[in-house]
Design a protein. Structure first.
Length: 200
């Protein structure tokens, strides 16, 4: 688990760490998102501390997913994240990738909300109405395998920058289509704890 102390002190995550000043700048940028003209498209940003290229870092406090690049740069995508009680921080690898994936709610989801999920207990085929959207990255952990957490698309762009999901990180379909070919199977993924950044 990536705790507050490890995050704030930029302790090693692989060979580096996302520094607080970098993320505070990202937070300032996202505060303008309420403006109708705000640009939601992916953006290359400079990191204060270099990270190994080819990793995903999800920072829920600023609803941002960073795909790291060489030369201390990253592509920032805006995301929706899990509701507080369902969000799971940790270190993962991309164990599988699927285009227009099928979806089956977990038993826990069906138990929490049978009216919404029980009808899909046998699964839902991929397509525009599927909750996983156009693409999905499946997050695995050593000794566990598939964690049932995903980084995936959504056909509900209004849910980006909200705490709405059952634990997954979601991008718009357009943005997950952009991210998907960049991320090889086996890539490392870091989901940071919530409330690491001070509130404005």
């Amino acid at each position: 688990m990536i705790d507050r102390r490890r995050f704030l002190t930029s302790a090693a995550i692989g060979a580096g760490g996302l520094s607080l000043p970098t993320l505070l700048q990202a937070q300032e940028d996202t505060q303008a998102i309420a403006e109708p003209t705000f640009d939601m498209s992916p953006k290359v940003v400079q990191l204060d501390n270099p990270l190994p290229p080819g990793e995903i870092h999800v920072v829920p406090d600023v609803y941002s997913l960073y795909w790291t690049l060489p030369d201390a740069e990253a592509i920032r995508y805006y995301v929706g994240v899990g509701r507080d009680e369902l969000y799971e921080a940790g270190e993962f690898t991309v164990g599988a990738k699927k285009e227009w994936p099928s979806w089956t709610p977990t038993p826990d989801m069906i138990e929490r909300d049978p009216d919404s999920y029980a009808k899909y207990a046998d699964g839902m085929p991929g397509g525009p109405e599927n909750p996983l959207g156009a693409r999905a990255l499946y997050l695995f952990q050593e000794g566990i395998g598939d964690t049932f957490l995903r980084i995936h698309g959504t056909n509900k762009p209004s849910t980006i920058r909200t705490d709405v999901s059952n634990g997954c990180a979601r991008l718009t379909n357009e943005q997950v289509i952009d991210l998907y070919p960049r991320v090889p199977t086996g890539s490392r993924v870091f989901l940071y704890e919530k409330n690491l950044l001070p509130r404005a």
